[in-house]
Write a new protein. Structure first.
Length: 140
């Protein structure tokens, strides 16, 4: 997984900052490393040189293999909080995406059996029994 760090003019981009952001993203998303091609991190100071609360913004965009990118944003008072908050949000978004993809499909709270697991002959027997039971009910 490749991690790219970008920042605006008001945030001094340095190798130390890139290393810290990279290690934060890497440690938070390590269990998705095989599923992601790249994570882009965009850091911005919303107010520039002016002071303000919650003016540090971190946007992270993950590129899952074979799927559309997922983007999250977190705004906080400090850059540390913004990066950690965005990493947590991205982790939750990826859990949701991959959880949906890996979970068995369900209908009306019952699991749909895999195609290989269906015994077509047995299924036909059950349908025939159900049909005959309905026929008997109508005849009575």
């Amino acid at each position: 997984m490749q991690i790219q760090v970008n920042s605006d003019n008001h945030i001094q981009n340095s190798s130390r900052l890139e290393d810290w952001v990279g290690s934060t993203v890497q440690s938070t998303l390590e269990h998705y490393e095989e599923d992601l091609t790249r994570v882009e991190v965009h850091l911005k100071d919303e107010n520039g040189d002016k002071p303000g609360t919650h003016d540090k913004r971190c946007q992270m965009e993950a590129r899952p293999k074979g799927h559309q990118p997922i983007s999250v944003t977190h705004t906080a008072a400090s850059l540390d909080q913004a990066v950690e908050g965005a990493a947590t949000k991205l982790n939750h978004a990826l859990e949701h995406l991959f959880g949906k993809l890996r979970a068995p499909r369900r209908t009306a709270n019952t699991e749909i059996p895999a195609v290989e697991a269906l015994d077509v002959g047995h299924a036909d027997d059950l349908l025939e029994e159900e049909f005959l039971a309905k026929e008997r009910a109508l005849d009575s």
